[in-house]
Design a protein around this ligand. Structure first.
Ligand code: ZN
Length: 275
């Protein structure tokens, strides 16, 4: 049975070099909802196969994304993100592997960050592989769909998902933009369900956890294997795993300490007491 308090976490982590694995729970206090949290509505995540295989699906996806991404773009880091910056500056934290695509760790000032599931501000062409900025794509989508954003109304009124996917109606006439170089299909540079994290990125993440003495998981229910495998790796090496998350996680059985709480306050307290 894992220990459960911040005191326990401080005792376990003191003097160790720690890698962090973060998920959606870290960004909820920045206004980005966690769709896997205990109070979240059920939601069917989009799959990679749906996106590449269905033109109508893509049309609706891009319409929603065009509304949702500006919300993510306006979000700002919270005290939890800033606590991880302090721990890195002090040499306690060696780096962050994040499942979030919102770039709030980078915005806060964290230097060594692996964006495991990609980043919302880039778009990739599935045919020629060119990467363009989401800001540039927004200008093209606005030109193709004059009046669309105005017709949708205030972004605060619609459901915003962590991948900048906002649920709205009447997107049937939205015109997605093809790649301007080759005409191919554009896709956010985000890892979707049914898609693998690029091998090179996984290897860098393994190297980060192998180099550390312990793993701190914050705000992830570890539902997908892409995150859980790092917890197993650290546990198998006999190193401590500290999990801070509201609700149960798939990694709880590997945890040395499991704190059932929101991440913002706990990370701030850890930053005050470690290093
Ligand atoms: Zn292209």
């Amino acid at each position: 049975m894992a220990r459960t308090t911040v005191d326990d976490a401080v005792e376990v982590l003191t003097g160790l070099r720690v890698a962090a694995l973060t998920g959606a729970g870290v960004s909820t206090d920045s206004g980005i909802p966690d769709y896997r949290g205990p109070d979240s509505p059920p939601r069917n995540p989009m799959t990679y196969q749906q996106f590449v295989g269905d033109e109508e699906f893509r049309r609706h996806y891009w319409a929603r994304n065009h509304v949702g991404w500006t919300h993510v773009n306006r979000s700002v880091p919270n005290a939890g993100h800033r606590a991880l910056v302090r721990l890195e500056e002090r040499g306690v934290l060696t780096g962050i592997i994040t499942q979030n695509v919102d770039l709030l760790h980078e915005d806060a000032g964290s230097r060594n960050v692996i964006d495991l599931h990609g980043r919302y501000d880039r778009v990739i062409c599935l045919s020629c592989g060119r990467v363009i900025s989401r800001t540039h794509l927004a200008e093209r989508l606005d030109a193709l769909n004059p009046g669309f954003l105005e017709s949708v109304g205030d972004v605060a009124d619609i459901e915003i998902a962590p991948d900048a996917d906002a649920v709205i109606e009447s997107t049937a006439h939205f015109r997605p933009a093809p790649c301007e170089f080759c005409g191919g299909v554009l896709k956010p540079e985000i890892v979707y369900f049914g898609e693998n994290v690029p091998r090179e990125r996984v290897d860098r993440a393994y190297a980060m956890v192998d180099d550390a003495d312990a793993l701190l998981v914050a705000g992830s229910s570890l539902t997908v294997m892409s995150g859980l495998r790092f917890v197993r790796r650290v546990s198998d090496a006999g190193k401590p795993v500290v999990i801070v998350n509201r609700g149960i996680t798939r990694g709880d059985r590997y945890a040395t300490v499991k704190i059932d709480a929101g991440t913002t306050d706990v990370l701030a307290e850890l930053a005050d007491r470690l290093g």
